[in-house]
Design a protein around this ligand. Structure first.
Ligand SMILES: Cc1cc2nc3c(=O)[nH]c(=O)nc-3n(C[C@H](O)[C@H](O)[C@H](O)COP(=O)(O)O)c2cc1C
Ligand SMILES: O=C(O)C(=O)c1ccccc1
Length: 393
């Protein structure tokens, strides 16, 4: 079984030197390259966050609050980064977080499909957003052996929600991720300035326009009156869910049900009591509310409250060492959002695969160097960094 870290040897010794200038090797360069490649409105949409973006910035900076302490005399020649999630064996702990309207990042406008191809090729789980440019059934045709999940933005119409979930089941998605923090979008100055949000809406409704329940809500077929269809979407999108809705959400599927956007341990406990199979600790990459605590700093408490229930994590993950830290703090799997959107913008599916390879190579080599052959060995290895920490004595 090749290691993810073998990518480094390929570059050094495998004649891939030409590869290096083609794609950036770290997040800083990736971000800069993407900023040049993307149209200004698209860049603001992806790069932007809520308010003055302090929470967004803090998400990434706060990884510096934590450090992994290396262990020697381990000789971690063989590493295993696979994880078991809901009984499914995933080859890597990394996954692609749902990014709505991802299609606009892709040069040929089919970003959901390009991303699915890259995920399949990299054996990394993709979580597909409800807001897709191609219908979920089409995207599912690209799935390889790796399980992929469907992210539900719960519409106010319950039959429509049920229809989206049952279509996802039929198409072969292996878990349902319900996002809780975005029934209304947050205050996003960059989007408000460039005013591209209305246009984006029309580009991400394939799952609605292809849905039999949604189509029945319309007076005339989508094809004849797309404007009315977009208006109908505006009316049904965005369900401010409460705990009262939890039994209904649970009743929608027998697939593993994961709640995204949970940062408070009490919410984790209550969701698990209500039947959640997984908790997804995230603050939406700082896009929804400013003024919050970095998601990684909330992770340990959420993991503790969740007991044996797996906790997925995203927000601010930019590198392999970030992945290792999140795993060490108890995440069952770790997601990236903006990094792969930028990979897509600069190189389509190949760009996404490249970003994934870089992150996994760094994580794998960190585990090699620091003496952690498996993710189980890594657990508990991150401690608060100075000046807060107490180093082991
Ligand atoms: C452009 C963009 C669109 C997003 N769309 C969705 C979405 O449709 N559904 C969802 O649950 N989260 C969405 N998110 C949030 C991501 O799933 C994830 O929580 C966030 O990007 C993680 O932070 P990071 O970008 O710092 O890695 C989106 C994020 C970005 C950047
Ligand atoms: O931008 C986002 O983060 C997001 O989740 C979203 C919400 C509504 C429409 C498009 C994207």
């Amino acid at each position: 079984m090749p290691h993810f870290g073998d990518f480094q040897n390929e570059i050094y010794f495998g004649g891939l030197h030409g590869h290096i200038p083609k794609f950036p090797m770290c997040y800083r360069d990736l971000e800069a390259r993407a900023a040049q490649a993307m149209a200004p409105g698209v860049l603001s949409y992806v790069a932007g966050g809520c308010g003055d973006e302090r929470t967004q910035d803090l998400n990434a900076e706060a990884f510096n609050h934590w450090g992994v302490i290396p262990r020697m005399f381990v000789g971690a020649v063989k590493r295993d980064l696979s994880v078991n999630l809901f009984g499914m064996q995933l080859p890597s702990p990394l996954f692609l977080a749902p990014v709505g309207v991802i299609g606009i990042c892709d040069q040929d406008g089919h970003g959901d499909i390009a991303t699915a191809k890259a995920a399949a090729q990299s054996k990394v789980t993709m979580v597909s957003s409800t807001l897709m440019q191609d219908p979920m059934e089409r995207v599912a045709q690209e799935f390889g052996d790796t399980p992929n999940f469907f992210q539900l933005y719960t519409p106010t119409n319950r039959d429509l929600a049920a229809s989206l979930v049952s279509r996802a089941e039929a198409a072969g998605y292996k878990a349902i991720v319900v996002t809780l923090d975005t029934w209304v979008t947050g205050w996003r100055p960059r989007d408000l300035t460039t005013s591209n949000f209305p246009q984006l809406r029309g580009l991400c409704l394939a799952n609605y326009f292809s849905d039999p329940v949604f189509r029945k809500l319309l007076a005339r077929p989508v094809e004849e009156d797309p404007v009315a269809a977009v208006q109908m979407f505006g009316r049904v999108f965005g369900n401010p869910l409460t705990w009262e809705d939890l039994p209904w959400l649970r009743s929608l599927t027998k697939l593993p049900l994961i709640f995204k956007g949970i940062c408070h341990p009490d919410d984790a406990r209550r969701a698990i009591d209500g039947g959640a199979d997984g908790i997804y600790c995230s603050n939406h990459g700082g896009r929804q509310a400013n003024g919050g605590i970095a998601a990684i700093d909330m992770l340990p408490a959420v993991v503790k409250a969740s007991g044996n229930t797996p906790v997925l994590f995203d927000s601010g993950v930019r590198s392999g060492s970030d992945v290792a830290k999140a795993l060490a703090l108890g995440a069952a799997a770790v997601g990236i959002g903006r990094p792969y959107a930028y990979g897509l913008a600069i190189g389509g599916a190949a760009g996404v695969s490249h970003v994934i390879r870089c992150i996994l190579a760094e994580a794998d080599l960190l585990m090699a160097v620091n003496g952690f052959p498996t993710i189980a060995d890594l657990r508990g290895a991150a401690i608060p960094a100075p000046p807060w920490s107490r180093v082991p004595t």
